[in-house]
Design a binder for this molecule. Structure first.
Ligand code: IVH
Length: 709
């Protein structure tokens, strides 16, 4: 090939690779396979090794590979990198609006753009004639550090703008439209001769989790949170380390603009600015919206407070910005905070505090769980004193030591947990933690099952396990015995009055009186006699709880309230359930092989059989009659099992289930050889095939109705 056409090809390749890179990393919408992409890169590298003098900074090969430096140079920003004032709630946001409206009555008719406030690091990116020439950290807002080599490795940062916005053939031989000619590139957008944009660099939550998982698998220390990791990654002196971290970016501000001939005018609204930056190939949030008034902007912001976990990155709030940029600029600023925008903060979810100690709890099944005892700290309105440490491996993996300053997270419904230690704040006084070798409650040696992280106390008579068992047995969703609080339970176990849950039903008044301690008497307004009488009455009432409740109360692994209800419908007494094998159990909706195994195992244990005998002897032996579970144990469909698939002509899903159950039949989810009939409707699923292969009879709604006539 002619040198001129090789050069042409080189220019084309650069454009193409940058284009496909943008499709893949920014738009999340690649148009060629990884293999095709790699081929283009190989070809480009070949040309570059033949013609090293052609290599330009916008070549995709120039993202990584810069030599490590020993320090970062200082860079003066083209203008101050401002911060934002905070609003905590709608009231603060309205107050901000009122303040700026009073300053300038044009605000009255202003529109607002709401964008996620990404919890990352502010960076400043300089482009000369479309080439990325410099990138800096925020620093003190006036002077930052030159981290160009590191930022080049961030694949979503365009090395040259505009990035092509239309696909082009990716083959190798054909004459391609040349990117250097401007055809097919950036839809012909002319860029300013000098453009400086500001954005936020961060690590997406999913990528962060993957990164940590990889580290954990390699037995290495994991990172605390995406923000710290992103910060650390940007400040690496060796860009190849930065390149190995899943950093990305979103841009939201123009800091400098020098027009070139035919450049469009600088965007005058935030909304147009985001559109314009997107058209140049910059990554821009898809979650920004524009509103005609402040109330709709606030309403939108508030919806994100609940949905923040749907964002692919961590956001600590939303930013409400006056859309009209000249107006926003005229409003000026207070200190470093522009008046034209406000950060509407979400409640904090992570705080640091001191780890005072680690306690070990024994669960119902004997699992030992470490619990962090913390210097009390407020997180989003709640004082947190304890947090979970998950398991003992977690403590080792995160190198959590007693005395450490730890980062604690409390998000939504999740139990507060310790994320990890803040290593930089360590003195020499922190103590590494060793898991117990004996159960803290009964002193028996603990055991570890091959392949499981949990440590167990396998002593079936362990009082701590019994406390948890009883606690669960009497809880609201189970036998619902009010007045049997943890303190009394502990005492009853200590005195030997309760050795298993069945003993609750043979408790004497004297047993309870002995268990109501002096301390209780002081704090309780009621006299001990009254406490005992109330408790005995509550125990009496609980005798008539339905079978499903008792089944829940027994605490069989995997059997919660819902599956207990389904099981008691299919097996109307504990005698019948005890006889069922795993296969029969699995005909019940929601009961898979693991739960079925758990049930068989539970009923097979001698200790449990004893409890059942005692319950029976005490008269606590409910059976599922039609009055308690709404299913008759007779009727034309009694003893038959049905599976329904597809849409029936008149009966709904619930309707057909009710119809079958009213007539004594049973409905299950999956077809097995025990299925009597498959009831078939329109657009059936794979169940039909299964029924046919097992020789199960297939009927329609009409035939079903005939069965009960
Ligand atoms: S606007 C004048 N928009 O939040 C412009 N900031 O607490 C001021 N941030 O320092 C910033 N996402 O690092 C803006 N969509 C967004 C942002 C955002 C994150 C950061 C930024 C700023 C900090 C203010």
């Amino acid at each position: 090939m002619h040198t001129a056409s090789v050069k042409q090809r080189y220019e084309d390749l650069k454009g193409q690779i940058n284009f496909h890179n943008h499709r893949y990393h920014v738009l999340d919408d690649p148009v060629i396979s990884d293999l095709e992409f790699d081929k283009l890169v190989v070809e480009l590298r070949q040309i570059e090794s033949d013609h090293p003098d052609w290599v330009t900074p916008d070549s995709p090969t120039q993202r990584a590979g810069a030599v490590p430096s020993d320090k970062f140079e200082k860079v003066r920003h083209p203008r101050s990198i401002l911060s934002l004032a905070n609003a905590f709630g709608a009231g603060d946001a309205r107050a901000w609006y009122e303040r700026v409206r009073k300053l300038d009555d044009r605000v009255e008719h202003a529109r607002f753009v709401v964008e996620p406030k990404i919890d990352g690091l502010s960076v400043v990116l300089h482009y000369r004639d479309g080439f990325f020439v410099q990138g800096a950290t925020r620093g003190d807002g006036e002077i930052g550090e030159d981290i160009t080599a590191n930022l080049r490795t961030v694949k979503t940062i365009p090395l040259k703008i505009p990035v092509a916005s239309t696909p082009s053939p990716a083959g190798t031989g054909a004459r391609l439209p040349s990117f250097s000619e401007g055809k097919g590139s950036g839809a012909g957008v002319r860029v300013p001769s000098y453009l400086v944009v500001r954005g936020e660099v961060f690590i997406p939550v999913k990528e962060f989790e993957k990164l940590n998982q990889k580290l954990a698998e390699a037995g290495e220390k994991t990172y605390l949170n995406p923000r710290n990791t992103a910060a650390g990654s940007l400040r690496q002196l060796d860009p190849s380390i930065t390149a190995s971290r899943p950093l990305t970016l979103l841009v939201y501000q123009i800091l400098a603009w020098e027009a070139a001939p035919q450049t469009p005018p600088e965007p005058r609204s935030q909304w147009e600015l985001l559109e314009y930056l997107r058209s140049l190939g910059f990554p821009v949030t898809r979650d920004a919206q524009r509103f005609d008034d402040i109330e709709s902007a606030i309403a939108y912001t508030e919806t994100w407070d609940k949905r923040r976990d749907e964002l692919p990155y961590e956001a600590d709030g939303m930013v409400i910005k006056i859309d009209d940029l000249p107006l926003a600029a005229e409003l000026g600023f207070v200190g470093k905070d522009p008046r034209g925008a406000i950060a509407f903060k979400f409640p904090a979810r992570e705080v640091t505090t001191q780890l005072l100690g680690i306690e070990v709890e024994v669960g119902r099944t004997g699992v030992l769980t470490p619990k962090a005892v913390l210097e009390p700290v407020e997180i989003n309105g709640v004082i947190v004193k304890n947090a979970t440490l998950h398991n003992f491996d977690y403590i080792t993996e995160k190198d959590i030591r007693v005395g450490d300053r730890v980062l604690v997270k409390r998000a939504g419904e999740v139990i507060p947990y310790v994320i990890g230690p803040v290593i930089d704040l360590r003195s020499a006084a922190e103590k590494p933690y060793l898991p117990p070798t004996a159960c803290p409650a009964c002193g028996q040696p603990v055991e570890h099952l091959e392949g499981e992280v949990a440590w167990y106390c396998v002593n079936a008579a362990c009082p701590a396990q019994l406390v948890r068992n009883v606690e669960h047995f009497v809880s609201r969703g189970a036998m619902d015995i009010t007045g049997l609080g943890i303190k009394i339970v502990e005492k009853l176990i200590e005195t030997g009055a309760v050795k298993d849950v069945a003993d609750i039903y043979t408790l004497k008044r004297a047993d309870i009186l002995a268990a109501v301690t002096k301390k209780d008497r002081k704090t309780e307004k009621e006299p001990p006699g009254k406490i005992a009488d109330n408790l005995l009455a509550a125990i009496q009432v609980s005798r008539s709880q339905p079978l499903s409740r008792l089944l829940t109360a027994l605490g069989v692994r995997g059997v919660g309230e819902v599956s207990a209800a389904d099981l008691s419908r299919a097996f109307p007494s504990l005698d019948l359930l005890a006889l069922a094998n795993a296969e029969q159990l699995q005909t019940v909706e929601g009961v898979g092989p693991n739960i079925a195994e758990g049930i068989v195992d539970w009923f097979g244990r001698e200790r449990n059989q004893k409890v059942l005998e005692k319950l029976k002897a005490a008269g606590v032996w409910p059976t599922a009659s039609s009055s308690t579970v709404g299913r008759p144990s007779s009727g034309p469909l009694f003893g038959m099992t049905f599976v329904v698939t597809g849409t029936l002509p008149t009966l709904s899903r619930e309707g057909v289930k009710e119809f079958i159950e009213q007539h004594g039949g049973k409905v299950t989810d999956s077809v097995s050889k025990n299925t009597s009939y498959l009831v078939l409707g329109e657009a059936p699923g794979s169940k039909l095939q299964k029924a046919q292969s097992l020789g199960v009879k297939v009927i329609g709604e009409e035939e079903l109705r005939k069965l009960v006539e």
